[in-house]
Design a protein around this ligand. Structure first.
Ligand code: ADP
Length: 267
């Protein structure tokens, strides 16, 4: 409900300014509280599905209405893996919010990261008859937390695999431009409409199409990727055409090995 506290005043000058500042603060607090409530609602909603399925199947087995055959075990496993991912993702986001998501940056090769992430998704791509390749040339040094950078890129490649139909193609590229090192994940998938594109990095946002389809997503992957890129001093962006495909780009500040400075020379 609308319980925002507002100060009404006919005052001028400093008192009016104070009242305005107070009212702005009050509105900000209320909107933060609304966001918090919406987030908890979203979390409950997302947990309910896999948990409900697991409980339902276990009850049916318990009551002798279903048998614990390999197919059923597979279904239970899929649901519990999804639950696990949801909880892991939520923990990452909670740590990010609290400023407790610690990065351990080291001199890392972006090309290595791209190759590793592509390799990790190769089996899933093969299974779906999608061609996945990494196109990397030479070393691209970045100062980054390799585990977190792999996670950020892996979310993009995982999505590309998930939202690309059989016969499609996915490429993971790396590039460098001046002081910037970049990753680019291009797919020939279902794409994202112009109206939906601005929302893809929001928590729990999923297109209507991906909601209705059983894609096994959590709606948190891109929010986490965005946070991780920004925590590295970089950014993530996307362009897309419906039914043609999408390109997601990560840019990071490159690590430069600067020439040693001679303290006896000025300038
Ligand atoms: P999810 O776990 O649902 O994939 P994400 O945060 O990773 O959550 O992505 C949010 C939504 O953005 C997805 O549900 C999907 O609708 C859309 N999306 C993300 N990546 C792609 C892609 N490569 N192609 C088409 N749609 C995508």
């Amino acid at each position: 409900g609308d319980r925002t506290v507002r100060v009404r005043t006919k005052a001028h000058g400093e008192v009016a300014e104070l009242a305005d500042a107070f009212n702005a603060m009050s509105e900000q607090l209320e909107s933060t509280e609304r966001q918090r409530q919406a987030l908890i609602g979203d979390i409950a909603h997302e947990l309910r599905n896999p948990l409900g399925n697991i409980t339902g199947w276990l009850e049916a087995t318990h009551d002798g209405l279903a048998t614990a055959d390999p197919e059923l075990i597979d279904m239970l496993l899929t649901e519990s893996v999804l639950l696990q991912r949801l909880v892991d993702d939520l923990q990452d986001l909670a740590q990010a919010d609290a400023g407790r998501l610690r990065l351990h940056p080291e001199l890392t090769d972006a090309a290595d990261i791209a190759d590793q992430v592509a390799a990790a998704h190769q089996a899933a791509a093969d299974e779906r008859h999608i061609t996945l390749r990494s196109v990397t040339r030479g070393r691209l040094p970045v100062l980054a937390d390799p585990t977190r950078l792999r996670q950020a890129l892996s979310n993009l490649v995982g999505n590309a695999v998930r939202y690309t139909p059989a016969g499609g193609e996915i490429s993971v590229r790396t590039w460098a431009d001046g002081d910037t090192v970049g990753f680019e994940v291009t797919d020939t998938g279902c794409g994202i409409s112009a109206e939906e594109l601005p929302h893809v990095f929001d928590r729990f946002w999923r297109s209507d199409a991906s909601r209705s389809r059983l894609t096994g997503g959590t709606g948190l992957g891109l929010a986490i990727t965005k946070h991780l890129c920004e925590a590295h001093g970089g950014a993530v962006s996307a362009t897309s055409t419906v039914n043609r495909g999408s390109t997601f780009r990560i840019t990071l500040p490159g690590a430069h090995v600067r020439p040693a400075v001679d303290p006896h020379r000025s300038g």
